[in-house]
Design a protein around this ligand. Structure first.
Ligand code: 3AM
Length: 176
């Protein structure tokens, strides 16, 4: 069988934002909340592609490279839990149009190339905990992390020796 890779497009977070998020998380949630996502793995997923061939990766990378849009400012000022997927997340209360446009474009390119896309609308979020065993009390979002986004990237999710790592494959700059 041809080799495949588990790939997704995402936004990386600035190091400073990651530090602040980790500090906030450590002070706000009990230890048994769930499996905390490692600082290095904090990201905002734009489009999940699934396990795809090198050929499909190339086609989708070419399409991603043709996206022409400006960067945008992202404000992370909300938090919540999804009981269906058992995750605790933070994200923007109001997603900027640029973020929605970028994700919708990547998701429709993926769908047109045979990558299953969830019919649910895009809910931009950064997962903080996975496998949350029960409903947790979500603290008031007493934060407002804001940063400029002018790049996006293609990542591979690699699961090895019980750990998930995200390897960056390619990165694109957002400009008109
Ligand atoms: O950042 P989050 O946690 O939203 O949940 C996975 C993670 O996104 C998501 O892809 C990102 C990198 O692994 N993911 C994994 N399997 C998925 C699937 N079958 C999926 N998203 C949609 N459908």
């Amino acid at each position: 069988m041809a080799e495949t890779r588990r790939l997704f497009f995402a936004l990386e977070l600035p190091e400073e934002a990651k530090k602040q998020i980790i500090q906030w998380r450590a002070t706000q949630f009990p230890e048994d909340t769930g499996r905390p996502v490692a600082a290095a793995n904090l990201h905002l997923t734009l489009a999940f592609l699934g396990d795809i061939s090198a050929e499909k990766q190339k086609a989708l990378s070419q399409l991603a490279g043709r996206i022409r849009q400006n960067g945008f400012t992202l404000t992370i000022d909300d938090a919540g839990q999804w009981l269906r997927s058992n995750v605790v997340w933070i994200g923007p209360r109001h997603a900027p149009l640029g973020l929605i446009q970028l994700a919708n474009m990547l998701r429709s390119q993926a769908a047109r190339n045979g990558c299953y896309q969830s019919p649910q609308p895009f809910h931009p979020h950064i997962t903080l905990y996975r496998n949350t065993p029960r409903a947790v009390s979500i603290p008031q979002p007493n934060f407002r992390w804001q940063f400029k986004v002018d790049e996006f990237a293609l990542y591979e999710s690699v699961y090895k020796q019980g750990r998930t790592r995200y390897l960056e494959h390619q990165r694109w700059t957002l400009s008109n």
